[in-house]
Design a protein around this ligand. Structure first.
Ligand SMILES: [Zn+2]
Length: 331
């Protein structure tokens, strides 16, 4: 199948990219000294690095004037396989704090960088390492805990940021982490956390009303990254183009998926923008379904700059796809 040949070619290119990344890390490490930043002073600004843009958005809102924040990943990249840039190691070397999603979301690209960044403050287990997943209840935990065959979600589904209720828990973990390294900022972090929680609560009421026409709707997506969003807004995750997270489909898997969609009248395909359009479009053509763009991180489309933008974009994208399907049925 030509479509699968295209997909596999993409994967071999990215594997070659990984080898180049490892060589790059080795070259950069040779010039990296032990992090020499002194402990943060009263009134100083914490230098924070986050793995993904959502965490940067949360940390800026919780840390306020006491933090400078930058995200390593951009919103259009694969959060499990962010291309390593020469700028990453100096940023990690100089950071007071590193905020990660956790559940091994970033394992494939960030873990080795942390180990060689020569900055003990941000090593896992130390105060400057903030794992945003610590208060979240993971869903879809595999029965066999193994990375065999490329499973990218060994500790459960790490795309919990797509449920706004989890966003509050993540912000809570970030506030606690910032307090560990900057105890005198506790009052500010707690005040900002309360404000953040209130903003999300108010917006959640609006989002739930907006999502009402989607209730009960079944869909498929490319990657297994929709369960938290789906359960919050009453949709049903019915299948995936990937066989398992990180495992590309076979022809047999795609045929079975199309048969299931026809049998169960599944009319919606969610496409995450870091995957090629080819397979989602092919599945939609075979089944008469509509394709909706589904962002998994802040920054995944122009104008999506905050967490609120992200959730609103996804709901409106799904609503537009459903509306377009209904309009066609009524013609
Ligand atoms: Zn994933």
């Amino acid at each position: 199948m030509d479509l699968l040949r295209e997909t596999n070619r993409g994967r071999s290119v990215s594997l070659r990219g990984c080898v180049y990344c490892l060589l790059l890390i080795l070259v950069l490490c040779a010039n990296l000294g032990m992090s020499g930043r002194p402990p943060i002073e009263e009134g100083g600004r914490l230098q924070v690095v986050t793995s993904i843009p959502d965490l940067a958005n949360f940390t800026m809102r919780i840390g306020g004037d006491l933090v400078d924040v930058q995200s390593l990943a951009k919103g259009l990249e694969d959060p499990h396989g962010v291309p390593i840039k020469p700028s990453f190691l100096p940023k990690l070397n100089q950071a007071d704090v590193l905020v990660v999603m956790g559940l091994q979301n970033e394992h494939a690209w960030l873990r080795a960088l942390i180990d060689v960044a020569r900055n003990p403050r941000i090593l896992p287990g130390n105060p400057g390492y903030i794992d945003s997943s610590v208060k979240v209840s993971p869903k879809q935990i595999p029965q066999v805990l193994s990375r065999r065959d490329g499973d990218l979600h060994p500790l459960g589904n790490p795309h919990f940021n797509l449920d706004p209720v989890n966003a509050k828990l993540m912000a809570g973990a970030i506030a606690e982490g910032l307090e560990r390294v900057y105890p005198s900022g506790k009052g500010i972090f707690q005040e900002n956390l309360k404000e953040f929680e209130n903003e999300i609560d108010a917006q959640l009421t609006v989002w739930l009303k907006l999502a009402a026409p989607l209730k009960g709707l079944s869909f498929i997506s490319y990657h297994q990254d929709t369960i938290y969003f789906a359960e919050r807004f009453g949709l049903k995750e019915a299948g995936h183009i990937e066989i398992r997270p990180g495992v590309e489909p076979t022809q047999r898997h795609l045929v079975e998926l199309v048969e299931k969609m026809k049998r169960e009248h599944i009319q919606l395909v969610l496409r995450e923008p870091y995957f090629s359009e080819q397979l989602p479009n092919w599945v939609a053509e075979e089944t008469g379904a509509r394709v909706a763009k589904f962002l998994i991180m802040v920054g995944g489309a122009p104008g999506v700059q905050t967490y609120e933008d992200l959730i609103t974009f996804n709901l409106e994208s799904l609503l537009a796809a459903v509306q377009s399907r209904n309009d066609q049925s009524n013609d």
